[in-house]
Design a protein around this ligand. Structure first.
Ligand SMILES: Nc1nc2c(ncn2[C@@H]2O[C@H](COP(=O)(O)OP(=O)(O)O)[C@@H](O)[C@H]2O)c(=O)[nH]1
Ligand SMILES: [Mg+2]
Length: 378
C-alpha cells in the first residue's frame, strides 16, 4: 500500500497528475484546498491537494466497493487496521496517514449515504440548501424529520414545497424587532469585534429618532479603542443625538439618570472575543445593572458555522437575547441563519445588508430567506 499526494492549481489538474502517474488503480482518499506558503503567495488562489492510495497487490477500490458481506464499506477497510492496533510497532506512519484519510473519506461516504436515504424530491431541497450555506447535517436532519412525519411520495411538487417551507419557517421562527413600552427601554448590542455593532446602532437609532419620532439617547461602553469612541461620536453628531461614554461599570448610573425621560437608549458595548470570558463578564455586569432592557447579539453572516456555534454557547449566559445578522451582502449565504437557528431558540430580529447608514437594515424576512435557500417559487 502506498499513499501519495498530488497538488494542482485545479482539481482537474491534480487528477490528471494522479491518472498519468497511477492510472485508474488509484483510490482517492481525500481532497482539500490548501493555501500556498510564503508572503508573496498570500493573495493567490488556493491549490488542490489530492491524497491517493495505490496497492500493487490488491485493488483496494474493488475491495471497498464489491465486498458482499453485511459490513459497511467503512468497516471493511477500517477493521483490518483495527485488528493490528495492539501491535504498535506495525503501525507505521503510512498506516496512520491511511487511517486519517479513511476517516476523511468516511465523512464523504456517510454524507452521500445520508442524502440518498431521503426520497428524491427532498434530495433536491438538500442540494439547494447546501448550496446556500446550510450545514449538510442541519439540512439532512431537517429534511429527515419532514420525511418521517409526512408521506412525501404521495405528494406533488407544489405540496412538497409547501411542507418544506412550513418546516423551515418553524425553524427560523418569527423575527422580533425592538419592542418599546411606556418606560425608558435600554437596548444593548453585544457581540464579537468588527461584526457591525456600532454601524447597526447608528442605523436603528436613526430609524427610531427620525421615522418613529422617538426620543433617543446613545451610550457607548466601547472605550477600548479611541477609534471606536470617535466613530460613534461622529454618528451622534451627524444625527444630533446625545452621547454618553461610560468608562467603568458605575458610570452607567449617571448616564441612565441623564436619559431618564428618553423613550429608548441604545448601548454600544466593546467588541469582545467570545473566548475572552473576563471581558465578556465586564459587559454582562453592566447589563445586569439595568432593568427594562433588551439584548441584541450581533453576528456577522460571514462567520463560519463552528465559530457561530461557539459564540452561541458563550453568549447563552446573556439569556434572552435576540439575534442580528450583519453583512448578508458579503456572504450571500442565508444558510448561515438557518444553521444558527437550528442551534438556538433565541429569536431572529434584524439583518443588515451593507455599510450605508441608515438604509441597509431590515427586519429579517423569513419568506425571502426561505425562497433564497430553496430556490424561489416552483
Ligand atoms: N458589507 C457590510 N459591511 C458592514 C455591515 N455592517 C457593518 N459593516 C462594516 O463592518 C465594519 C465594522 O463595523 P463596526 O460597526 O465598526 O463593527 P463593531 O466593531 O462590531 O462595532 C465597518 O467597516 C462597517 O462599515 C453590513 O451589513 N455589510
Ligand atoms: Mg464598535
Amino acid at each position: 500500500m502506498k499513499i501519495k499526494r498530488y497538488i494542482g492549481n485545479t482539481t482537474q489538474e491534480a487528477m490528471r497528475k494522479v491518472k498519468s502517474d497511477l492510472g485508474s488503480d488509484a483510490v482517492i482518499l481525500h481532497k482539500r484546498k490548501i493555501k500556498r506558503r510564503g508572503f508573496f503567495n498570500l493573495f493567490k488562489k488556493s491549490l488542490i491537494e489530492i491524497v491517493v492510495a495505490i496497492d500493487e497487490n490488491e485493488d483496494l477500490e474493488k475491495k471497498i466497493i464489491s465486498n458482499k458481506n453485511n459490513k459497511t464499506r467503512f468497516e471493511q477497510v477500517y477493521k483490518p487496521i483495527q485488528e493490528n492496533k495492539n501491535d504498535k510497532y506495525q503501525m507505521n506512519s503510512e498506516i496512520r496517514d491511511l487511517r486519517n484519510s479513511i476517516d476523511d473519506m468516511m465523512k464523504y461516504i456517510t454524507k452521500d449515504e445520508r442524502k440518498s436515504s431521503l426520497p428524491e424530491p427532498l434530495q433536491t431541497y438538500h442540494n439547494s440548501m447546501i448550496e446556500k450555506g446550510v450545514n449538510e447535517k442541519v439540512a439532512y436532519n431537517i429534511l429527515r424529520d419532514v420525511n418521517s412525519r409526512i408521506n412525501i411520495q404521495s405528494k406533488n411538487e407544489e405540496a412538497i414545497r409547501k411542507v418544506v417551507e412550513c418546516e423551515l419557517k418553524e425553524y427560523l421562527g418569527k423575527p422580533k424587532p425592538i419592542e418599546l413600552n411606556d418606560n425608558t427601554k435600554t437596548i444593548f448590542f453585544v457581540g464579537p469585534t468588527g461584526v457591525g455593532k456600532t454601524t447597526t446602532i447608528a442605523k436603528i437609532a436613526a430609524q427610531y429618532a427620525f421615522q418613529h419620532k422617538k426620543d433617543v439617547g446613545i451610550i457607548s461602553a466601547d472605550t477600548y479603542r479611541i477609534a471606536a469612541v470617535e466613530q460613534i461620536k461622529t454618528y451622534c453628531e451627524i444625527m444630533k443625538l446625545p452621547l454618553k461614554i461610560i468608562y467603568q461599570q458605575e458610570d452607567i448610573y449617571e448616564s441612565l439618570a441623564a436619559y431618564k425621560y428618553k423613550d429608548v437608549i441604545f448601548v454600544d458595548t466593546a467588541g469582545r472575543s467570545h473566548k475572552d470570558i473576563k471581558q465578556l463578564n465586564e459587559v454582562m455586569n453592566i447589563i445586569e445593572e439595568v432593568n427594562n432592557k433588551e439584548i441584541f447579539l450581533v453576528i456577522s453572516s460571514t462567520t463560519d458555522f463552528s465559530t457561530i456555534r461557539s459564540i452561541i454557547t458563550t453568549y447563552k449566559k446573556f439569556g434572552d437575547y435576540k439575534i442580528i445578522f450583519t453583512k448578508l451582502d458579503e456572504s450571500e449565504n442565508p444558510g448561515v441563519i438557518l444553521n444558527t437557528k437550528y442551534w438556538t431558540k433565541n429569536p431572529l430580529s434584524y439583518i443588515t445588508t451593507g455599510q450605508n447608514v441608515p438604509e441597509d437594515i431590515q427586519i429579517a424576512d423569513v419568506t425571502t430567506l426561505i425562497n433564497t435557500m430553496i430556490g424561489g417559487q416552483p
